[in-house]
Design a protein around this ligand. Structure first.
Ligand code: SAM
Length: 286
């Protein structure tokens, strides 16, 4: 695997960092490392081009041995706060912090329990290569922030999940995650990342997704209600909405008609604006 050396003289190649600190990848923690600094720099540049600010303040989740952290710093990030749950990586991360004085803060802990708003003032960007079972709940958590303080999210997902995040109504991948994400943010698949760039390689292709918050949501709705309505509608996605929404109210058919939505339609055909209208109409039933 190619690896561009970090020009920083005190930082060894990532392969040596992993060997010297005995950082074998843990399957339980979904660890697949990127050792190619050309690729991590590309991810960093993508983050720099997303949203309205350059690479000023970054919160990076799951830095592991620090390949992406180094990519961000090499691309000029002013400050990177990393949150890592696996203590074994702390010494390697401390070496990066020493090599880039004043530009790296390390927080050991579970990102699911940490609000990145508490770690930095003003606007910041979130960048992460995480296992998707952690990244998906984190994405929902970050989207639920009110107001949203991040300026962009640049995240690695397995390609199938990336497609679900970015899908539009009528597309096969369109689902709950597409509605919530695109309601609040503009989403974009930036580029695919083949399995063989990871150590060890996962079984699937991945993709980098960017999300930039909209100035205001696409339409008026309450997030908790929208979550429940989309969960009911897509939970039985092959059923007509008049049937799938019966779990919310026996009156589902009339509520759909009151929103100008044909009750025989299926969830995957509804636009986000229609889901929002439905959520407003169903609010009092929940
Ligand atoms: N970013 C590194 C890279 O690209 O080489 C490591 C990627 S590895 C797929 C995912 C990293 O996220 C691991 O270091 C793992 O320990 C960390 N991680 C997993 N769950 C986490 C959580 N809940 N909070 C913080 N870090 C987590």
């Amino acid at each position: 695997m190619p690896e561009t050396d970090d020009p920083h003289p005190s930082l060894p190649p990532l392969r040596d960092v992993i060997r010297d600190h005995d950082l074998h990848a843990s399957k339980t923690l979904g660890q697949n490392f990127i050792l190619d600094l050309n690729l991590t720099r590309r991810i960093a540049r993508t983050a720099g081009h997303s949203g309205s600010t350059p690479l000023n303040k970054i919160v990076e989740i799951g830095p592991g041995p620090g390949g992406l952290t180094r990519g961000l710093l090499m691309e000029g990030a002013q400050h990177v706060t990393v949150i890592e749950t696996d203590d074994r990586f702390q010494p390697a991360l401390c070496d990066i912090a020493t090599a880039y004085p004043g530009r790296v803060s390390i927080m050991m802990g579970d990102a699911l329990k940490i609000n990145p708003d508490d770690l930095t003032d003003g606007t910041y960007k979130i960048v992460a290569n995480l296992p998707y079972n952690v990244a998906t709940p984190l994405l929902i958590k970050w989207l639920s922030q009110s107001p949203i303080r991040w300026d962009s999210l640049t995240l690695m997902f397995q390609k199938e999940v990336a497609q679900r995040i970015c899908a539009q109504a009528g597309e096969d991948a369109y689902g709950r995650l597409s509605v919530l994400s695109n309601w609040l943010a503009e989403t974009h698949i930036e580029f695919d990342v083949p399995a063989d760039v990871f150590v060890p390689p996962p079984k699937v292709t991945s993709a980098i997704v960017s999300l930039v918050p909209r100035e205001r949501p696409l339409a008026d709705a309450d997030l908790a209600v929208l979550e429940k309505v989309t969960a009911a509608a897509f939970g039985q996605r092959r059923k007509m909405l008049r049937a799938s929404l019966k779990q919310i109210t026996k009156d589902a058919e009339n509520v759909l008609i009151s929103c100008d939505i044909d009750p025989t339609r299926r969830a995957e055909t509804l636009t986000i604006e229609e889901f929002c209208a439905l959520s407003r109409a169903l609010k009092d039933y929940l």
